[in-house]
Design a binder for this molecule. Structure first.
Ligand code: PAJ
Length: 277
């Protein structure tokens, strides 16, 4: 496994690779969710590249960029075990040198949900992912359904800008009690960790009501919100039932539907979702 910190070195190594390249962009502090992407990339491509870069431009001024968990040594051990070929881990100034002034922005799809709650977030995500795609030039790039809107936005960017990378979405990996794995789960104290299962319970409640025939989106949103609000440590940011392609809110629940939510557990903001097809 090679680790590379400079863009020029990453590009040089890229030129030496032949055949398809699978790419998994991450912000590190890896868990089984990230590793599921790495493993799938490994089965579909002769060479794989993983990036570790905590991207400052996708964090708001009041968000957790400084405190975001980092453990490069542990990450590299995990990636070595998965037989990763190249790990690209640039510094912030390598990616954003003084005078950096170009941005990639996807309109419309970035207005709702996470985009509404975190202004500028997706501009940071699309800019860094576009840069990473240019540097790594992957055949396929792998993303988790955990960040459903991120996948929609990156797919749109890749299509609109004629990028040569296929964007692949893979399922959310969960803890045994249903909590979606996330690097941010490490912020939770034991009581908050127990409370955090409320996100998954709200999603499964909606799924149950849907199977029982409920098609009124507002009633479903209300039932989910009510359940979450019964958890004293939880504060709802949003609960959404939207068309999974346009992300527009629905009145009648007709598939394909994205049920998604952002909930604060104590000070930690968590997101989760499921799709009805
Ligand atoms: P990060 O949060 O580190 O996630 C990297 C990738 O892992 C994303 O595609 C994310 O959706 C996926 N992932 C996270 N938790 C998962 C889970 N429980 N199951 C399956 N996949 C999961 O997302 C980012 O980083 C950044 O925005 C990035 C794309 C790297 C751009 O900076």
């Amino acid at each position: 496994m090679k680790t590379v910190e400079k863009i020029a070195d990453m590009k040089r190594l890229r030129q030496q690779l032949t055949g398809d390249i699978g790419f998994v962009p991450t912000m590190g502090y890896l868990h089984e969710g990230h590793l599921s992407l790495v493993r799938q990339a490994k089965t579909e491509n002769p060479s794989i590249v993983v990036s570790i870069f905590v991207n400052p431009t996708q964090f708001g001024p009041q968000e957790d960029f400084k405190n975001y968990p980092r453990d490069t040594k542990r990450d590299l051990t995990m990636l070595e075990k998965e037989k990763t070929d190249i790990v690209f881990m640039p510094s912030v100034t390598e990616m954003y040198p003084p005078g950096f002034s170009s941005w990639v922005e996807v309109e419309k799809l970035t207005r709702q949900l996470e985009g509404a709650s975190r202004p500028g977030h997706f501009r940071g995500v699309t800019t860094v992912v576009a840069k990473l795609f240019n540097i790594v030039q992957p055949t396929r790039a792998y993303f988790g359904q955990k960040d459903a809107q991120q996948i929609a936005v990156i797919s749109k960017m890749a299509a609109d800008l004629d990028m040569n990378t296929e964007v692949i979405a893979l399922p959310t990996i969960r803890e045994p009690d249903g909590l979606a794995m996330s690097s941010r789960n490490t912020y939770l104290n034991p009581a908050e960790r127990r409370a955090a299962t409320i996100l998954y319970h709200a999603l499964t409640l909606a799924q149950k009501l849907w199977f029982e025939g409920e098609r009124n989106a507002e009633r479903l949103r209300q039932q989910m919100t009510d359940l979450i609000q019964r958890e004293p440590l939880a504060t709802v940011d949003y609960v959404s039932i939207a068309n999974s392609k346009t992300l527009d809110e629905l009145e009648i629940v007709t598939p394909p539907v994205l049920l998604s939510m952002a909930v604060k557990i104590g000070k930690t903001r968590l997101i989760d979702n499921i799709v009805f097809r």
